[in-house]
Ligand binder design. Structure first.
Ligand SMILES: Nc1ncnc2c1ncn2[C@@H]1O[C@H](COP(=O)(O)OP(=O)(O)OP(=O)(O)O)[C@@H](O)[C@H]1O
Ligand SMILES: [Zn+2]
Length: 306
């Protein structure tokens, strides 16, 4: 019988007591201690090692996106509730004094800010799609990204953060190649997480589309089997946490950015993302708060020291 406890508050308290996470007073925005960060980086490095034979091109972007790109991606049609917008001050001397006075008087001041040209990146893969614009090379392309992403979903659950990191792989090319790549990675992901002795399972899934129309979109996404997740119990046995997701976008991005195969044929995209904080928390929940006590073969995969 599984005797681990799944009390959210208890788990969070233990994570804090062991110095793994550092509360900041903002839900979903805790700091990471050195042990947490070491596990996270070692897991990320393990994924990159495992995927190395595929020869993905590694790109790096800042954790902000052009406001214009967020509009083009259709993000605000589907997930306005998760969006994060960057605002700053562009006013006069007089307004600057008013801003400062209001802050010190404990009054609201945000209306004196105006939106900048950037939003916070909500998915690590988003800046990549415009770079594929035009005709692809024969065989398509494969890119990998590791980045911080923001989602406005404040929560007491230590697994539901506002700012977290994703290691993503993004494939673009012939529809059948892209789908086969996504399916193969689902098995590869299960196998890799299984070697870390995580009690994982996969399931078809949907995105948290906004509102009533969103519920229909989510149902259609499930029907078409466009999204899969690898789930692992972290804060609940009954509701395991998605630690890795696999998305087949079909023509959603290629049509928006004019992306075609080398011969002009229709191209598709798919991406997969490991939620690095969630994998770290799954490892801690499964194997214990001190990695020195983890099973030897799990340690040897991550630390190469057993
Ligand atoms: N709020 C969050 N905090 C931490 N990690 C997250 C969060 N949301 C998503 N992730 C991680 O990022 C990965 C890819 O994101 P994706 O958009 O597919 O998640 P999602 O399906 O929206 O997650 P969920 O259904 O739990 O909200 C997920 O598999 C998960 O590991
Ligand atoms: Zn993605």
């Amino acid at each position: 019988m599984d005797t681990r406890t799944y009390d959210i508050d208890g788990f969070t308290e233990e994570l804090v007591a062991h110095g793994l996470i550092i509360p900041t007073g903002v839900p979903g925005a805790y700091g990471r201690g050195p042990v947490f960060e070491d596990i996270l980086r070692r897991f990320d490095a393990l994924v990159v090692r495992e995927a190395a034979p595929d020869g993905a091109q590694e790109l790096t972007f800042p954790p902000i996106l052009a406001r214009r790109l967020i509009e083009q991606l259709g993000y605000l049609d589907n997930f306005p509730q998760l969006a994060g917008s960057v605002h700053s001050f562009t006013g006069s001397d007089r307004e600057a004094r008013e801003l400062s006075e209001r802050v010190h008087a404990g009054e609201r001041w945000e209306d004196l800010l105006s939106p900048t040209e950037v939003m916070l990146t909500p998915a690590a893969c988003y800046p990549v799609y415009p770079t594929f614009s035009g005709l692809l090379p024969q065989g398509g392309r494969l890119v990998t990204i590791m980045n911080w992403v923001f989602r406005h979903e404040p929560s007491p659950e230590p697994t539901r953060l506002q700012h977290f990191r994703m290691r993503e792989y993004i494939r673009v090319g012939r529809p059948e190649d892209v789908q086969a790549w996504r399916d193969a990675w689902l098995q590869r992901g299960l196998e890799l997480l299984g070697r870390l002795k995580l009690p994982v399972a996969s399931d078809v899934a949907s995105d948290p589309f906004f509102g009533r129309a969103g519920r229909m979109m989510a149902a259609s996404q499930v029907d078409q089997r466009l999204k899969f997740e690898i789930l692992c119990p972290v804060i609940s046995r009954e509701k395991p946490t998605a630690i890795c997701s696999f998305n087949w976008h079909q023509e959603h991005f290629t049509s928006r950015f004019g992306i075609r195969q080398h011969d002009g044929g229709v191209a598709h995209t798919a991406c997969l993302g490991f939620g690095l904080e969630r994998v770290t928390l799954a490892l801690v929940k499964t194997h214990g708060y001190d990695p020195a006590d983890w099973p030897r073969d799990v340690r040897s995969l991550l630390w190469n020291d057993a």
